[in-house]
Design a protein around this ligand. Structure first.
Ligand code: TYD
Length: 216
């Protein structure tokens, strides 16, 4: 099932999704809402502590928590954090004609949680969530991405070279699964994340301008 007006950015840490989202925010009007996973919900906050290495949980529990956070983010009532980020209510907001842009979604779980869990675990936990109308996948090698992460400060638990190399492989596999019938109705835009920032933002804008909501 496709959720209309829902746009997702995906890629490993350091792929540049956040940079591009910040550029996009400046171009979009009030009809656009921006958000990210882990979300600002209580479950998302717990996940952030886990990612910082402060809460030891099993890998499967982490997979359940990412899915639980996603459920809140999608299905709860609309609410915003103090800095104007959507905490929950993606479905309702899209249904009201807003365009919701989210940094990370189910493909992050399919990639990251396939490494330490059986790949069937994130697939099962995420099978009921709707697909976005438009998916931007930022493809980049782990080494280049990690050098970007290092230039901005301390690393989180998943930000290690061997782990990110495996994540790239799992990401490509996961996205490929959706190129056929399973993803039909979802437009996948593959981005070479080593291209200059301006070139990437151009590609993104061209695809967003092409959405039905932009022509309504
Ligand atoms: P990230 O977008 O890197 O957040 P930050 O703003 O702190 O840079 O996301 C944090 C980490 O969470 C990232 O390493 C990927 C991981 N993650 C998963 O493992 N599974 C998921 O389902 C999601 C949404 C994120």
């Amino acid at each position: 099932m496709i959720l209309e007006n829902f746009i997702v950015f995906e890629g490993i840490d350091g792929a540049g999704t956040t940079t591009q989202l910040n550029i996009l925010k400046k171009k979009c009007g009030s009809n656009f809402l921006f958000t990210a996973e882990p979300s600002r919900s209580p479950v998302g906050k717990f996940l952030r502590s886990m990612l910082g290495g402060n809460v030891p949980v099993t890998n499967e529990t982490a997979a359940y928590l990412f899915a639980a956070d996603r459920n809140e983010h999608l299905n709860a009532d609309i609410s915003f954090s103090e800095d104007g980020i959507l905490c929950g209510g993606i479905k309702k907001a899209c249904g009201q004609g807003k365009c919701v842009v989210c940094d990370r979604y189910i493909f992050s779980s399919l990639a990251y949680q396939s490494i330490d869990c059986s790949p069937s675990v994130p697939r099962m936990l995420n099978s009921l969530f709707p697909l976005p109308e438009l998916l931007f996948y930022f493809d980049i090698d782990a080494k280049t991405a990690l050098s970007r992460v290092d230039s901005r400060g301390s690393r989180e638990i998943y930000e290690k070279l061997d782990f990110l190399e495996k994540t790239v492989i799992e990401y490509r596999k996961a996205i490929d699964e959706y190129r056929g019938e399973k993803g039909s109705g979802m437009k996948i835009v593959d981005i070479d994340a080593t291209l200059p920032v301006e070139k990437i933002s151009e590609i993104i804008w061209t695809n967003i301008a092409d959405l039905p909501i932009m022509k309504a």
